[in-house]
Ligand binder design. Structure first.
Ligand SMILES: Nc1ncnc2c1ncn2[C@@H]1O[C@H](COP(=O)(O)OP(=O)(O)OP(=O)(O)O)[C@@H](O)[C@H]1O
Ligand SMILES: [Mg+2]
Length: 246
């Protein structure tokens, strides 16, 4: 396919997803993964980072604003992903953006220590990416950063700043956001315009059973599938079923 030759692709490593994306994310792009609670956003982010390190030798940075780092390490272990080991090998850095918000002190080397302030986050991201020459980054989640939303303009500027920094650093990144009752595709209603790509995760009851599915809403500069695909969370992580349509 022509666009596969034009742009360098970053394989997500999530079974079934790269085909839907015609080869993966475009290198350097910033992708929004949006969905309501429990749809699999954090697991998708973990898988993207871990697969990048293990299968593609691309170090990664994980900014966590909702789960504490120890919770994230524990969640990852369920799928056989040993974050501690990857951190010790210098291939992964977790930035703790959750403790301060919860009023907890933290021993983490990389942490936001005050309330949310975009420049402090930018500084931490910049240092961490350079420290391990990271190629991938996750910000899980934007909604958890505790940006005060009473000032829409300031909010837009903050998200835009983070997104611009990520592009300047050349990392291929995922930001997550919570979707509120289907009115908008994101928490603040601006993320989907700033990101170059948007993937929506759904969890819906069908015939008395909850079913997971995803759809690629936008992916600038590339063709992508417009269908909705079912996926499962297995003991090895997310598996998308490209063959089926629901
Ligand atoms: N080991 C596992 N095997 C299968 N499914 C699991 C496993 N662990 C978690 N899940 C499923 O994944 C869901 C949580 O996924 P995840 O934490 O990625 O969601 P999320 O979209 O990040 O949610 P939130 O908005 O609350 O952060 C659980 O509700 C559960 O249904
Ligand atoms: Mg989550």
């Amino acid at each position: 396919m022509e666009e596969e030759l034009l742009f360098d692709r970053v394989k997500t490593g999530i079974p079934g997803l790269d085909g839907i994306l015609h080869g993966g994310f475009i290198r350097g792009n910033n992708i929004l993964v949006s969905g309501s609670a429990g749809t699999g956003k954090t697991i998708m982010c973990l898988q993207y980072i871990v697969s990048g390190i293990i299968n593609y030798n691309e170090p990664g940075v994980f900014v966590t604003s909702e789960e504490l780092p120890y919770e994230l390490r524990r969640e990852a272990l369920q799928f056989g992903w040993d974050l501690k080991k990857l951190e010790e090998e210098g291939k992964l850095i977790i930035i703790d953006a959750a403790s301060a918000k919860a009023g907890l002190s933290t021993d983490e080397k990389y942490a936001i220590r005050r309330g949310f302030e975009v420049n402090e986050l930018a500084e931490q991201i910049y240092t961490a990416v350079n420290q391990i020459q990271a190629k991938r980054l996750v910000l899980d989640s934007l909604s958890g950063l505790d940006i005060k939303i009473n000032d829409q303009q300031a909010l837009r500027v903050a998200i835009f700043k983070i997104s611009a920094l990520l592009r300047e650093l050349g990392v291929t990144s995922i930001m997550t956001s919570e979707m509120l009752d289907g009115h908008s595709f994101s928490r603040y209603g601006v993320e989907e315009f700033i990101a170059q790509g948007v993937i929506l995760l759904h969890l819906k009851e069908q015939d008395g059973e909850l079913r997971r599915s995803l759809i690629v809403l936008k992916m600038r500069s590339t063709a992508h599938s417009l269908r909705r695909y079912p996926f499962e969370i297995t003991s090895l992580g997310i598996v998308v079923m490209p063959g089926e349509e629901i």
